[in-house]
Write a protein that binds this ligand. Structure first.
Ligand code: SF4
Length: 62
């Protein structure tokens, strides 16, 4: 599937073995219910810490 391959290519998440990789709706749903955001909301240096909290996201905007 072409669109799925594009999602794989664009997904910046480095968390290994996540079943939600390449499934943006489930990825977003799983994080937002924990007051978090997906990996693609964070710059690489923050993404690799796996801190996906909204609090951390907002701290980037100051
Ligand atoms: S951001 Fe979270 S849910 Fe999405 S692929 Fe990465 S670890 Fe999985």
């Amino acid at each position: 599937m072409g669109w799925q391959n594009k999602q794989i290519e664009k997904c910046p998440c480095t968390y290994p073995g996540c079943p939600n990789k390449n499934n943006c709706p489930e990825c977003f749903r799983s994080h937002i219910q924990n007051q978090e955001l997906p990996a693609c909301f964070f710059p690489p240096e923050v993404e690799k810490t796996f801190d996906r909290s909204i609090k951390r996201f907002l701290s980037l905007k100051k």
